[in-house]
Design a protein. Structure first.
Length: 486
């Protein structure tokens, strides 16, 4: 029986957020370094192929992993019967979806006119099975707020899979090196999690428990599926309408801002849901925690997006080389799109914590209807303009995500923008300065180092001069962690 948790205390939230950032930053940092090595060994076309296939696998993973996992976290009390029941449902879903992908693989290959995709789809889809297990392990960790074990597991999995990918690429396996990297990651993650997390599956199953969680989780599953389908729809369109080379360039440019925002965004999502859920009967406390999450996340993310867009040329030239320079405009547009993600995630987690998965689903349908209209209108544009329209749609969806909390929590959109405006203004000023330095500094590593140093210095100085609230808050947290008084 799971012991009763006292979730949502400040200490737990900060500790959990620290380990989630360390987990995502560590594993994704390692994967980022490995991806740089692989990018120099492989071509944009090979990356384009794997990214197209990964879209189908990612969508399938949403069906397997989402819904029940969130329902487990949100549930007031959960025991071994709940965890084991969800595991067996997830594995059954993984088996069914794998069979669908196995038999649909030739049609996917035919659609993209690439026979090699048939085998790639069939092998890469095997990750659905370890993914079904890890989703339950993640739910257990989230409920217990014990993110340290998850951090160790993901970092270890990233190292093992990265080494396998590099060895395969060096041996001339081409696109199969990227397939091997993905498969080894999921297998290593589950194996290490079994050593780091105390939960073990048992021969227990309760249809009543599954039905109870399904009533909450199916709306989140539909919302996640709609969101994932739409987010990856652009990749599917780019791969089909343009070509695999453009798909590779686009996905590589998107990778840089996505790495940063996914790291912090996933940490916010994993930590804030159990923390906010613990206070779901006290809306005023939910609002306080929500505002703090938004202020802090945008204070950290906005300058990184501004700096990344401003220094994109030197970053790509230094890390990936001349053959990838065409991805710079995609990188800069993606920075604009991902800049709003942290506050979107925080707003949506507040809805989940209050048990309003019905509103969550309605929001996803509305946002995707808006996005679909934008997508259809931009189909005749070139690839860069096509992605720019997507970024504009993401900005519009920020207002849609914030709207329900006006009524449910009294957190108005104008108050939201007042909360983020100081960080936004300082980030824009910093970004303009960093961009200007590209005309004064030499291209490559030296120029990148100068831009990064200037960006960090300008942002911190302006934060201190204008006494940004989030700057003061983070300074106090660091001093507390270091045991510094005064």
């Amino acid at each position: 029986m799971e012991k009763k948790e006292a979730r949502g205390t400040k200490s737990q939230v900060l500790n959990g957020l620290f380990w989630k950032v360390m987990e995502n930053g560590g594993s994704q940092g390692i994967q980022f370094v490995i991806s740089i090595v692989l990018a120099r060994l492989l071509s944009p076309d090979e990356y384009g192929i794997i990214n197209i296939v990964l879209i189908f696998v990612t969508i399938a993973n949403v069906i397997v992993q989402n819904g029940f996992g969130t329902a487990l976290v949100q549930k007031q009390q959960a025991d071994e019967r709940d965890y084991s029941s969800v595991l067996y449902v997830n594995l059954a879903a993984a088996a069914a979806i794998y069979l669908i992908l196995f038999f649909c693989a030739p049609f996917i290959a035919l659609f993209y006119d690439n026979p090699e995709m048939t085998a790639i789809v069939r092998v890469l889809s095997l990750v659905l099975f370890p993914g079904a297990v890890s989703s339950v392990q993640n739910a257990y960790v989230s409920r217990q707020m014990q993110f340290k074990g998850l951090c160790i597991s993901t970092v270890a999995a990233a190292m093992v899979s990265g080494a396998a990918g590099i060895l395969m690429a060096g041996a001339g396996f081409g696109v199969w090196a990227l397939v091997g990297q993905q498969v080894f990651y999921y297998l290593a993650l589950v194996a290490v999690l079994f050593a780091a997390v105390p939960w073990r599956p048992r021969l227990l199953f309760s249809p009543e428990r599954v039905e109870s969680m399904f009533r909450f989780g199916w709306k989140l599953l539909c919302a996640s599926l709609i969101d994932t389908l739409f987010m990856n729809l652009y990749g599917l369109v780019v791969g089909k309408i343009y070509d695999e080379h453009t798909m590779g360039i686009y996905s590589r440019g998107e990778q840089f801002p996505k790495l940063i925002v996914t790291n912090l965004g996933t940490a916010i999502q994993s930590v804030m849901l159990p923390a906010l859920s613990a206070h779901q009967t006290h809306p005023e406390e939910v609002v306080r925690m929500l505002r703090r999450a938004i202020k802090t996340s945008v204070y950290l993310v906005l300058p990184m997006m501004a700096g990344l867009a401003a220094a994109g040329d030197n970053l790509v030239l230094t890390l990936l080389g001349e053959k990838w320079m065409a991805c710079v405009p995609f990188l800069q547009i993606s920075c604009l799109a991902y800049a709003v993600w942290p506050m979107d995630i925080a707003n949506l987690q507040a809805l989940n914590a209050m048990g309003r998965s019905d509103v969550f689903l309605k929001l996803e349908i509305l946002k995707k209807a808006v996005g679909l209209v934008i997508l259809v209108l931009s189909l005749r544009c070139n690839a860069l303009t096509f992605i720019a329209w997507k970024a504009a749609g993401d900005f519009v969806c920020t207002f849609i995500n914030a709207w329900p909390n006006q009524r449910l929590l009294g957190y108005h959109i104008r108050q939201l923008w007042r909360d983020i405006l100081p960080s936004l203004a300082v980030s824009v000023v910093m970004g303009v300065i960093v961009y200007g330095l590209r005309f004064l500094l030499p291209p490559g590593l030296l120029g990148l180092a100068g831009q990064v140093a200037a960006g960090v210095s300008v942002y911190l100085v302006l934060s201190a001069v204008f006494r940004l609230e989030s700057f003061g808050y983070l300074v106090r947290i660091v001093r507390e962690k270091m045991g510094i008084s005064g």
